[in-house]
Design a protein around this ligand. Structure first.
Ligand code: DCP
Ligand code: MG
Length: 412
């Protein structure tokens, strides 16, 4: 082979290597401290420095939405029955939630985030990922961006935000939680794996308590234990999610920050631990999913015209049904009503369901389709991670065994 030719080939190899080397991203995860309680303390100075319990009343079986840090030292936490919270912290001051006010402050916070970068992905009212790669490329250090953001939030809203910065979402999210309240943790590029190694596996978002139990039984307790497992272990344990989970454990995940401009749909799905055919149970699950979708739409300021139901039967047959509504919606009741309308037509006593999903799409008026056309379309709705990620915590049934067209494929 002529020398020139060999050089050309080598140049090509080097070039393809360079092209495929992913450039470093800088991701910031920001999460307000004791959000609802902090807003209450902000608006009512008498509550400052005191244990505040935001939630329903103990007499009506209310639960704690959140507790101020002064109350948390007594062992009070979100989702705890208010009755138990009061037992643990009798001096706690119970305050009813004022969602409108929280939304107002949330909008201010998201605007501050947006002043740092266009690339923001809100996860809830008080939490978002920000892709700050451009700011860093422009000469700012990640730490400076983070400090500046914290300062701006404090000055403009009076609230404290905890921030994590890293080269990927998994590590950034873990960081923001490490030093709460008013935390700031930055993990330098190259340090991700070592940083994660000693932490408990449950720190990885998407690995819920049931999975943690299962992993611990296997002797896998830390993220480092998990990262050290061979490839087959990941395949056996996580099925189709093996690659993604392994990347998270190694600190190499490349998940992008998804702005809502790109959001085509919001969906949630559940795989049951055993197949279900009781209409009441199915409706209850559908209601829970509709609630999750509605909450996410609300937090993201989105409304959609198309409601989709996804189902997988005991034999893995998978299908979606969808309906286009006269107007856009984000309300739980409307989503549930239409989702149930679609699902109830599919029920019969012989049919058992192993998976249910609910999605809403067609956010922009211009993308809304005439009903007849939309009814024939199967959008790639459920390609996106389910927002409540319940599937992660279940044995995996997601292997592609369906005879039906995959719901991820568009079939007109
Ligand atoms: N929330 C709720 N029910 C839950 C969890 C949270 O209603 N089970 C509400 C109240 C919280 C807000 O969402 O204030 C934000 O949730 P976070 O999980 O971020 O919790 P906090 O901001 O309250 O506390 P932290 O400082 O741990 O972030
Ligand atoms: Mg918070």
């Amino acid at each position: 082979m002529a020398l020139n030719n060999r050089l050309d080939i080598m140049a090509d190899i080097i070039k393809s290597h360079v092209d495929s080397t992913p450039s470093i991203r800088h991701i910031l995860h920001a999460d307000l401290d004791a959000f609802y309680a902090a807003v209450e303390q902000l608006d009512n100075p008498e509550l400052r420095g005191k244990p505040v319990l935001v939630g329903g009343s103990p007499e009506n079986r209310g639960v704690v939405a959140t507790a101020s840090y002064e109350a948390r030292v007594f062992g009070v936490h979100s989702a705890m029955p208010m009755k138990s919270a009061v037992r643990r912290c009798p001096q706690g001051i119970i305050v009813r939630p004022r969602f409108g006010r929280y939304k107002e402050i949330s909008n201010m916070i998201m605007d501050i985030f947006r002043s740092v970068t266009d690339l923001i992905e809100p996860l809830s009212m008080d939490e978002a990922y920000l892709d700050i790669t451009q700011a860093v490329a422009g000469g700012l250090r990640p730490l400076e961006v983070a400090l500046d953001l914290k300062k701006q939030v404090k000055e403009e809203t009076g609230l404290t935000v905890s921030v994590g910065v890293a080269t990927n979402k998994t590590v950034a999210k873990i960081c923001s939680d490490l030093n709460k309240p008013d935390g700031l943790v930055v993990v330098a590029p190259g340090e991700e794996e070592a940083f994660l190694a000693p932490l408990a596996v449950g720190k990885i978002s998407g690995i819920g308590p049931k999975t943690v139990e299962r992993l611990n039984r296997d002797g896998v307790e830390t993220i480092g234990d998990m990262a050290a497992q061979p490839l087959e272990w990941f395949a056996n344990t996580f099925g189709v999610r093996a690659e993604g989970v392994r990347a998270r454990a190694l600190g190499t995940d490349r998940d992008e920050v998804h702005t809502h401009r790109e959001t085509k749909s919001v969906s949630a799905e559940t795989t049951f631990s055993s197949d279900r055919n009781d209409p009441e149970v199915l409706r209850e699950e559908l209601a829970r999913l509709a609630g999750n979708v509605a909450r996410h739409l609300e937090n993201s300021g989105l409304q959609g015209r198309t409601v989709t139901v996804k189902a997988r039967l005991a034999d893995f047959t998978t299908f979606t049904r969808q309906k286009t509504l006269p107007a856009r919606t984000a309300t739980e009741e409307t989503i549930l009503e239409h989702a149930w309308g679609l699902l109830s037509k599919e029920l019969n006593p012989e049919r058992s369901f192993r998976l249910l999903g609910v999605g809403v799409s067609s956010f922009l008026e211009s993308t809304a389709l005439p009903a007849a056309k939309a009814d024939q379309l199967q959008l790639s709705l459920f390609d996106q991670p389910a927002f409540d990620q319940p599937v992660f915590d279940q044995p995996l049934f997601d292997q592609p065994v369906s005879e039906q067209p995959d719901p991820g494929q568009e079939t007109t």
